[in-house]
Design a protein around this ligand. Structure first.
Ligand code: SF4
Length: 334
């Protein structure tokens, strides 16, 4: 599929509806593990946030991104016990005991003295690692978490979103302690979104919502993930950065930082996408001429861009940032 062609939206929306139906009717399970005396579900991270939850508030996503590791690990089985991508949604029902456990964990931490890439002042916790917390399905939970966690001592919360539109942001409470919670808007060139991120919002709306989020007291950052290398990478990201500059207010631009991760992929997900994903997203994700097999930190197999290629595109990207968004500081990029 060429960059200018649009995908078959009928097919896409059918898969999307089926996925939602499956998620909600058959797989809406509750995690009732008690965390009242346990903090072992809080794991150190150190990349975008200091900590993540290994047992999250929500696991599974109503959106459908073809590269998503949640989809790869979170599937259902058909009647022949063959896996198919459904990304079932599990919502914890013991939210209050989890909040108590998180607070107990924070009580044990001395105030943060050394700023790091996660946050200069507070310990940051990702509350949406395995879903999109701006989804209308979880917005009440998200507000509850923000209300109870953000004011607590030296804790801050963070989550990434692909639907940070004004209409979704409107439903968020005002940040109880201004700028102590962060929203990371995930953005990519629109034609890449069309081909890989079903059910998400368009990039213009994602950016417009950030002005409102900032007015409501949220720190807002950009998440350029995953960055997918295409023939038009440089032109696409030039246009994207110009779009960011044209849509974000001066106040938002002043506090803006970014994180970026180049695509990693997986053979299993590649096979599932070939079979089930309604757009030809694999033509973007599976490019053996510039990819290699590697291991992640946990020793599991992954596909990544070979280093010489990635390092060339990292330089291209950094040059574009310094030209078009010089005030936007890098938190990390790899
Ligand atoms: S929005 Fe995030 S969690 Fe949801 S499918 Fe896309 S990448 Fe996965």
């Amino acid at each position: 599929m060429s960059p200018n062609q649009s995908f078959d939206r009928t097919k896409a929306s059918t898969l999307f509806s089926l996925k939602r139906l499956n998620s909600y009717k058959n797989n809406y399970e509750a995690n009732t593990t008690s965390h009242s005396n346990s903090i072992d579900f809080i794991a150190p991270n150190g990349r975008s946030t200091d900590f993540v939850l290994s047992t999250p508030f929500v696991k599974g996503c109503p959106l459908a991104c073809s590269y998503c590791y949640v989809t790869r690990k979170n599937y259902s089985f058909n009647q022949n016990y063959k896996p198919f991508p459904s990304n079932p949604i599990n919502v914890s029902t013991n939210v209050d005991s989890m909040i108590t456990a998180i607070k107990t964990f924070v009580d044990q931490l001395p105030p943060k003295k050394i700023p790091n890439q996660c946050h200069p002042v507070y310990y940051s916790l990702d509350i949406g690692e395995y879903t999109d917390m701006l989804s209308p399905d979880f917005i009440n939970l998200t507000n509850y978490l923000i209300q109870h966690l953000v004011p607590y001592k030296h804790l801050s919360t963070s989550f990434a979103s692909k639907i940070s539109t004004p209409s979704h942001i409107k439903r968020l409470i005002d940040c109880p302690v201004p700028y102590k919670a962060r929203i990371r808007a995930s953005i990519s060139p629109q034609w890449v979104i069309n081909q890989t991120e079903l059910g998400t919002s368009n990039v213009v709306d994602r950016l417009k919502g950030l002005n409102l989020a900032f007015d409501k007291g949220y720190e807002v950052h950009l998440n350029f993930s995953p960055m997918i290398i295409t023939n038009s990478f440089k032109e696409d990201y030039t246009a994207l950065m110009k779009l960011v500059r044209s849509l974000l207010s001066q106040d938002v631009l002043k506090q803006l930082k970014y994180e970026g991760i180049f695509l990693t992929h997986h053979r299993k997900l590649h096979m599932m996408n070939n079979q089930f994903f309604p757009t030809n997203s694999e033509s973007l994700l599976w490019t053996p001429h510039n990819q290699e097999l590697a291991e992640n930190l946990r020793g599991n197999e992954k596909i990544r861009y070979i280093w010489s290629v990635r390092s060339r595109y990292i330089s291209i990207f950094r040059n574009l940032i310094s030209e078009y968004l010089p005030e936007c500081t890098e938190r990390y990029l790899f």
